[in-house]
Design a binder for this molecule. Structure first.
Ligand code: HEC
Length: 124
């Protein structure tokens, strides 16, 4: 019995400290999704331009974007670090589902935004 407990502890210990790498954390659900070198400017901004700025641009956000300016890095970073950005695009019931009144973003776009947030939501 003692041996079994010891064995279980050893297994749990080693299983607990495997190294997280991007490939295992973000399996390529979408085979064509290139998640290498994700950055704010190269990966996140184009998604916003296509799907979000019609309401959240610098000139629109006060009227139609719920006061959230996704055209300004600092305000993007704020909603990203609060968790509301990821919640909104994954349709978490705690958040307003985004894009508002539109189809959910594709998995690849959501994955890229998640990688960017997980790496600190920095202006890169
Ligand atoms: C049709 C207009 C429209 C589009 C397109 C849109 N939004 Fe919004 N967004 C809003 C409005 C309005 C609100 C304020 C909350 C509400 O009314 O649901 C909001 C709120 C938010 C919030 C705050 C959510 C919360 O729970 O606090 C985030 C984050 C957000 N939008 C991100 C996005 C992102 C990212 C996109 C693109 C993928 C997007 N929005 C597209 C109109 C829009």
């Amino acid at each position: 019995m003692k041996k079994l407990i010891l064995f279980t502890l050893i297994v749990a210990f080693f299983a607990g400290c495997y190294y997280d790498n991007e490939e295992t954390l973000y399996p390529k659900l979408d085979k064509g999704c290139d998640t290498t070198g994700v950055t704010y400017s190269k990966s996140v901004v184009p998604i916003f331009q296509t799907n979000c700025l019609s309401c959240h641009s610098a000139s629109q956000y006060l009227g139609s974007g719920g006061n959230i300016n996704l055209d300004d890095f600092n305000s993007v970073q704020q909603v990203a670090l609060k968790g509301n950005l990821f919640g909104a695009i994954t349709h978490n019931p705690k958040n307003s589902a985004m894009p508002k009144n539109g189809a959910k973003l594709d998995t690849c776009s959501i994955t890229k935004i998640k990688i960017w947030i997980d790496h600190g939501a920095i202006n890169n």
